[in-house]
Design a protein around this ligand. Sequence first.
Ligand SMILES: Nc1ncnc2c1ncn2[C@@H]1O[C@H](COP(=O)(O)OP(=O)(O)O)[C@@H](O)[C@H]1O
Ligand SMILES: [Mg+2]
Length: 425
Amino acid sequence: MPEGENVWEWFGFRKNPYDFLPLAVNKEDRALFVGRDAELPRLVAPIESDAGGVTVVEGRAGVGKTSFVNVVQYDRWQSKSCLPSFQVLQVLPNTDPIGFVLSAFSTCMGSLELSNPRAADGDPYLKAGKAMVTQMLNSGWSFSGGLGVGLLGGQGGAGKTAAPSSPLLPAMPSILNTAGKWFDAASKLGWSKFIIPVNNLDMLDDESAANFMNVVRDYMITFAKKGVWWVLIAKEGFVHALENRAHRVSEILTGPPVKLNPLSLDEVKKAIDVRASKYGKGGAKAPVPDEIVSWLYKLSDGEVRAIFKKLTDMIFEYHATVPSAKTITGTAARNILIGEARRRIEGLNIQTNWIRVLERMVSKMKVYQGEFKDYNFNSQPAFRHALEKLCYFDLVRRKEAGREVMYLPTADTNLAFQKVNGSAA
Ligand SMILES: Nc1ncnc2c1ncn2[C@@H]1O[C@H](COP(=O)(O)OP(=O)(O)O)[C@@H](O)[C@H]1O
Ligand SMILES: [Mg+2]
């Protein structure tokens, strides 16, 4: 391969057909979206029916939540009913709630500016909103990290509302007032609804997420009254956890959560076909054989991001080892995928008895904490500690089904420890 040529071009593509990043709010990515016919109207209905509110999209990591919300954003934007957020609003364990509210406001401002670049020039309220945010930024305020008030995951008991100690707290009434007038002015320009997806709530544990929501609840309502639709992106069972831990938050949600299950295998294949035909030059076919996609689908329990990410890594590895090859055989793909998973796990230097847990889990498919003896652990807490740590390494996935908690192997674990009779088949 001539130097500088890119791998995707080598295989006949303009871009990676297995791109694992979320679909963005734009026309090109909208065209890549498949399935979800039953779920789309469930998110669209509340947004179209009410002036503003708070609603939730739930699902496992990597099933397509962010992409789903972005597609809804794109469609609402195209039908002129809402302005989408082009920036990603994240909640991390150290996110200051007040900073969060301000960055939500700044997100709306960014959207309006993109759609209507000169708008702020002619309107005193739009100008005032912008000046306020600019001033905050100039004073050293960091939206993304806030000031690290340490509110989340703190010592507060379950469901307790920690008092926000942000230095901006005293300024909140005037901030909200300025923001309110800004929204009224935007509405006069024809944009009376804004969608603000809140990402990464799925990365917080239940207690941290409930604490966070307790603190921002009233601000969310204030914004909702001004036309903001908050779409909270969370893990499975989030609303259920809120009902138990933060009832005053769950009661402000509009409608039940939209639950996203993994795409079906056919849908994943279709997603790849769509990309291959959009990105492929001269009818190039997707470089990885179908059987490998099916195999990874099974091993990752349908997690589309894991499938795309693994295929991407595998292709780079393959190309580095066999630069002259234009097609990838099933055998080569399997060997690389298994080898990579094993290498990653070896690199983590996990204790031998934990490795045995992984090994055993793969043949059992799932594990309960109560089974500690079968895995040679002395106590349930010790076993749970090991399992949680393995979750942290993304080798195990925690699944709650009602009151039951079980642990399942992830794609890497399945790849590394499966009975490899099929590996060279
Ligand atoms: N409905 C879909 N159609 C096509 N591709 C999808 C769809 N849903 C997800 N994807 C792809 O799957 C990957 C993971 O999606 P993402 O939205 O980031 O998942 P999540 O937010 O649940 O972690 C991305 O590469 C995305 O492009
Ligand atoms: Mg996401």
